[in-house]
Design a protein around this ligand. Structure first.
Ligand code: 6GU
Length: 229
């Protein structure tokens, strides 16, 4: 998979996508992530990328020219399966969308700032608008990093058997059961006996029950979703 990220702040990605599993995926070239600084495509002599909104009001709007120039250039180089705009008024990200995006060959992700981008970008280029939750961030960069992390870990070869996505919370709209490791007792706090019993069928049954109980208690909204998926 190739991912092109369009941003005013490419440095914001250096930390989160350069460690652990995502770092390994990039080193193994399972995913190729490119960052493009929108400011480099400014046509203005002062390198401006934003301007006051028509009709007045607070805040600045990201101008159409630099973004359109950059998107046109990238689209002339390869076909994109999705051109995503990160915005708090987008579709709230959930595992279903992550699963679909993980099947793509080429993704483009545009990060918004200030009051957002000129709406014509959204009308004429964007195929998918994504939010990571009902709260406001200073820009789309952290949200894009979240999206990229969630998508890349599903590409075949990224996770090992031990970290397999098949047992993830949300993969079947259920929360994961509790997990424990050695020591079996700490401070008098004991690991549930069943997990030490060696009886795999009972352990599987217990885990399934725990998953259902925890989902019912903590995220009842998830139950019943599987039939709709
Ligand atoms: Cl994608 N962008 C911004 N600025 N804030 C957000 C968001 C995105 N998702 C949740 N909050």
């Amino acid at each position: 998979m190739r991912i092109d990220v369009l941003t005013l702040f490419p440095d914001m990605f250096q930390g989160p996508l350069s460690e652990s599993i995502i770092k390994r995926a990039r080193d193994k070239q399972i995913v190729d992530i490119h960052f493009h600084n929108i400011r480099d495509y400014s046509t203005d002599k002062h390198n401006r990328v934003d301007d006051y909104p028509f009709g007045g009001g607070a805040g600045m709007v990201m101008q159409i020219e630099p973004i359109a120039t950059l998107i046109d250039k990238l689209k002339s180089e390869r076909p994109y399966d999705h051109i995503i705009y990160m915005t708090p008024d987008g579709e709230r990200l959930a595992q279903r969308r992550v699963n679909t995006l993980s099947l793509a060959g080429n993704l483009m992700i545009l990060c918004g700032h200030y009051k957002g981008v000129d709406h014509r970008i959204r009308e004429h280029y964007i195929t998918c608008e994504i939010s990571i939750g009902d709260y406001v961030l200073t820009g789309g960069e952290l949200a894009a990093a979240v999206l990229i992390d969630s998508v890349v870990r599903l590409i075949p070869g990224v996770l090992s058997d031990e970290t397999s996505a098949l047992t993830d919370s949300f993969q079947d709209n259920l929360l994961s059961p509790p997990v424990y490791t050695r020591p079996a007792e700490y401070n008098g706090w004991r690991v549930p006996d069943i997990l030490l019993s060696g009886h795999q069928a009972n352990i599987d049954k217990w885990r399934e029950e725990q998953a259902h109980e925890r989902t019912l208690k903590l995220r009842p909204d998830l139950l019943g979703k599987s039939e709709r998926s």
